[in-house]
Design a protein around this ligand. Structure first.
Ligand SMILES: [Zn+2]
Length: 363
């Protein structure tokens, strides 16, 4: 297997980054369709209009339906065609991003990602999750390239509810441990390549940054203020986690997330919150040192990520087997683990992680 490294062509982050959006993306084309979530449009549209004021470029804003569904993507493609659009942009969270990436791919246009929350590592990755129009999961699309530009305006991110940033840290927590598991078994990355030293370095930096700056960033965003720690965590959640996972691969943490989507009692739990608990389960499966497990527990508790099943919304432990079975379905990334994992083994690891977490909270 050949080693492979992919990333967005351009990554821009900082206070009021959108004030310079025109300059950042002007070389990509002259007419831009911004596919927005409702809250994303509210937060970003005025700044973008200001950045384009007096410039020789056409901009259109369109609020999408909220789900990256096949119907919604077709509707965006039509708007792009009717208006001779040359660049597709996403404004919002994961669903707006996935809709824009797919629209750009089908229309063979460049794509710019402008996240207005920092809850997942979707902005920098080269893939999308697509749903049917009824909201059920349809398929993944793996793209031939990562986004042409990702622009993160941290003045907008700090105004979003802190739970998004915390969930983003949970998503980023899995990155290093999942890549390490893939490296051990010589499993391919999400981009189906061998894992480079560069990818592992990004994954390690992602974890180190979470430990160094997670708590400080959480306290700042609770107040809606921007500090160097917030900048560090936004970069960890977005670039380090996204490029790290893309090129480092996934293992147990993300399969646990997919498994728990089968439990309706966990519907309100965010992606990254489940990934964080899944990381604890992965460490149990790997029989990691108590030192490492305690580092992860310390981090989770300091930022408010769940360490027990109850915190995920599970009250009836017998239902955990349903999640374990789904997490171990064929094709799941948990099969990248050394020696493979059965549903029964994962069930036991989830219960053991829960017991350790409960004990830790009781300390
Ligand atoms: Zn994720």
């Amino acid at each position: 297997m050949l080693k492979l490294m992919r990333a967005p062509s351009k990554y821009v982050q900082g206070e009021n980054a959108l004030a310079e959006l025109y300059e950042t993306v002007k070389d990509l084309g002259n007419s831009f369709l911004f596919i927005c979530s409702k809250s994303g449009a509210k937060a970003a549209q005025p700044k973008i209009e200001q950045s384009y004021a007096g410039k020789d470029a056409k901009i259109i804003f369109e609020v999408f339906g909220g789900i990256s569904s096949t119907g919604e993507i077709a509707r965006m493609q039509k708007i792009a065609k009717d208006n001779h659009i040359e660049v597709i942009c996403a404004i919002g969270g994961g669903s707006a991003i996935d809709t824009a990436k797919a629209t750009a791919y089908y229309e063979k246009l460049p794509v710019v990602i402008i996240p207005t929350v920092c809850a997942t590592d979707a902005p920098c990755t080269g893939l999308s999750v697509i749903y049917r129009d009824d909201g059920s999961f349809s398929n993944y699309i793996f793209y031939p390239k990562n986004p042409d530009a990702v622009v993160v305006d941290t003045s907008i991110i700090v105004k979003a509810p802190v739970r998004f940033l915390i969930a983003g840290m949970g998503d980023a927590l899995g990155t290093y441990f999942e890549a390490r598991a893939c490296l051990k078994t010589n499993s391919p990355s999400l981009e189906n390549g061998g894992i480079t030293k560069s990818a592992m370095a990004l994954c390690e930096l992602c974890y180190d940054t979470l430990l160094a700056d997670g708590y400080k960033a959480k306290k700042a965003v609770e107040l809606g203020i921007l500090t160097p720690a917030v900048e560090a965590i936004v970069e960890a959640n977005t670039y380090l986690s996204g490029v790290g996972a893309d090129n480092g691969g996934l293992a147990t943490s993300h399969s646990v997330y997919n498994g728990f989507t089968a439990l309706e009692e966990c519907e309100k739990t965010m992606h990254g919150e489940v990934v964080a608990f899944g990381t604890l389960a992965q460490l149990v499966l790997e029989d990691a040192s108590m030192e490492e497990i305690e580092d992860v527990l310390d981090f989770c508790c300091s930022v408010g990520l769940p360490v027990t099943l109850k915190e995920l919304g599970v009250t009836d432990v017998s239902r955990v087997m349903i999640a374990a079975e789904k997490a171990c379905a064929p094709g799941e990334s948990i099969h990248n683990m050394l020696g493979d994992v059965t549903p029964a083994q994962l069930y036991d690891a989830l219960l053991a992680a829960d017991a350790i977490g409960q004990d830790y909270l009781g300390k």
